[in-house]
Design a protein around this ligand. Structure first.
Ligand SMILES: Nc1nc2c(ncn2[C@@H]2O[C@H](COP(=O)(O)OP(=O)(O)OP(=O)(O)O)[C@@H](O)[C@H]2O)c(=O)[nH]1
Length: 343
C-alpha cells in the first residue's frame, strides 16, 4: 500500500515551507545555514519583516532573484493578500519562463506572525492550489528567551500550535533548565510536532527539504485542520519603528545608547536589529542585533552588498515611542558633541 510519503511525492506542486518563530528565535540564522546547502539551492525565499525596513534579506546573502521581501507589515494579517498575489505571480512567471525554476518556496514569517493563517491561504485559494502545496511549518523556539514569549504569549503559542516541526534554537547557550522549560511549554501546546535542538541552525538539511508535513495528516480528510482557524490579534501595544541616521555613527556612543535603552526599557524591548556604519570604519557596514537584553557581537557585511545608504535600527517592543527614543539619541549625541575631546 502506498504510504503518505509516496502520496506526497506524487504531488508535483511546489511545496511552500513556512518558517516561523518568535522575534530573535533564530529563523534567519537557520535559513542562512540550510539554504547554503546544495540540496536546497533551488529554493525561492520570501522574507516577511514587520519593521518598516527589511534587514534580514541583507543577511541571507542570496541572489536577488531568489529572495523576495514582503516588508512593512505582518504576513499573517495586513500582508496575507500580498503573499497570495506574490505566489500566484511567481507561479505564472515561472510557467512563462520569465523566472528560473525552483523546487520549493520558503516563507520566513516575521517574529510576530501567526503562521496558521499564512499556511491556511494555501488551502483556501484556488489559483494558489494549482501551483503550490503546504510543506512543513517549522517553528523555532528560543529556550533562552522565555521572557520574550511571556510578553506576547498568544502569538508565541500560536506559532507552536501551527508547527509540525519545532526547532529549539541556541542549544549551545541554553541551560538544561531553560531547555526543559521550553520543551514542557511546547509539549503543553502541541504534542504532535517533531522536536529537535539546534545550535546556529545546524539541523539536517533533509529536515527542510523533505516537505511532507505531518505525514499521518497528509492523508486525513481534514488536511490542515491542525492549523486552527482563529486569528490571534497581535499583542496590545507591540509595535515597531526604525531610527535612521544619515551620517556614520560614533561607535562608542551607539553602544552607550543601546545599553541605556536596555536599562531604561529592557522589559519592553523585544528586538533590535539594524545595519549601521561607523565613523571609524569608512565604507564598511555592520549588522547590530539584540534579543531582549542579549546583544550579539557585530558582524561586518560583505563589501559590495546592495545596502541602503546610512544606518538604520529597527526596534520592536511594547509601548515604545519613536519620538522619545529619537530624543534620547539626540540628547546623547548633543552631550557627546559638547564634551571636550579626550586629551
Ligand atoms: N548562541 C546562539 N545564538 C544564536 C543562535 N541562533 C541565532 N542566534 C543569534 O540570535 C540572534 C537572532 O537571530 P536571528 O536568526 O536573526 O533571529 P530571527 O528569528 O530571524 O529574528 P527576527 O527576524 O527578528 O524575528 C542573532 O544575534 C543570532 O546570531 C544559536 O543557535 N546560538
Amino acid at each position: 500500500m502506498a504510504g503518505p510519503q509516496s502520496l506526497a511525492l506524487r504531488d508535483a506542486r511546489t511545496p511552500v515551507i513556512v518558517v516561523s518563530g518568535f522575534l530573535g528565535a533564530g529563523k534567519t540564522t537557520l535559513l542562512r545555514r540550510v539554504l547554503a546547502a546544495p540540496e536546497l539551492a533551488n529554493t525561492l525565499l520570501i522574507v516577511n519583516e514587520i519593521g518598516e525596513i527589511g534587514i534580514d534579506h541583507h543577511l541571507l546573502e542570496r541572489s536577488d532573484d531568489r529572495t523576495m521581501l514582503l516588508d512593512n507589515g505582518c504576513v499573517c494579517c495586513q500582508l496575507r493578500g500580498d503573499l497570495q498575489e506574490m505566489l500566484v505571480d511567481i507561479g505564472m512567471r515561472r510557467r512563462r519562463g520569465e523566472l528560473p525554476g525552483f523546487d520549493r518556496v520558503v516563507v520566513e514569517t516575521s517574529g510576530l506572525a501567526d503562521p496558521g493563517p499564512v499556511a491556511q491561504t494555501l488551502y483556501g485559494d484556488a489559483p494558489l492550489l494549482r501551483d503550490y502545496r503546504l510543506g512543513h511549518v517549522v517553528t523555532l523556539v528560543d529556550p533562552t528567551n522565555a521572557a520574550g514569549r511571556a510578553a506576547a504569549p498568544g502569538i508565541a503559542a500560536r506559532q507552536v500550535a501551527a508547527a509540525d516541526r519545532v526547532v529549539f534554537s541556541k542549544a549551545d547557550r541554553a541551560t538544561p533548565g531553560e531547555r526543559e522549560a521550553a520543551q514542557d511549554w511546547v509539549r503543553g501546546i502541541n504534542a504532535f510536532a517533531r522536536c529537535q535542538e539546534a545550535a546556529f541552525g545546524d539541523i539536517p538539511v533533509a529536515d527542510l527539504a523533505d516537505a511532507t508535513p505531518f505525514e499521518w495528516l497528509a492523508t486525513a480528510p481534514a488536511d490542515g485542520a491542525y492549523l486552527g482557524r482563529r486569528l490571534v490579534p497581535h499583542p496590545a501595544g507591540v509595535g515597531s519603528f526604525a531610527l535612521r541616521f544619515d551620517l556614520p555613527l560614533p561607535r562608542a556612543l551607539l553602544r552607550e545608547f543601546l545599553e541605556l535603552l536596555v536599562r531604561l526599557r529592557g522589559a519592553d524591548l523585544l528586538r533590535v536589529k539594524g545595519i549601521v556604519r561607523y565613523e571609524d570604519a569608512p565604507g564598511q557596514a555592520f549588522v547590530v542585533q539584540g534579543v531582549g537584553h542579549q546583544f550579539d557581537r557585530e558582524v561586518p557585511l560583505a563589501a559590495g552588498a546592495a545596502l541602503p545608504e546610512g544606518s538604520s535600527l529597527v526596534l520592536i517592543g511594547r509601548r515604545l515611542v519613536r519620538d522619545e527614543i529619537q530624543a534620547l539619541w539626540q540628547a546623547m549625541r548633543a552631550v557627546a558633541l559638547a564634551a571636550p575631546a579626550a586629551p
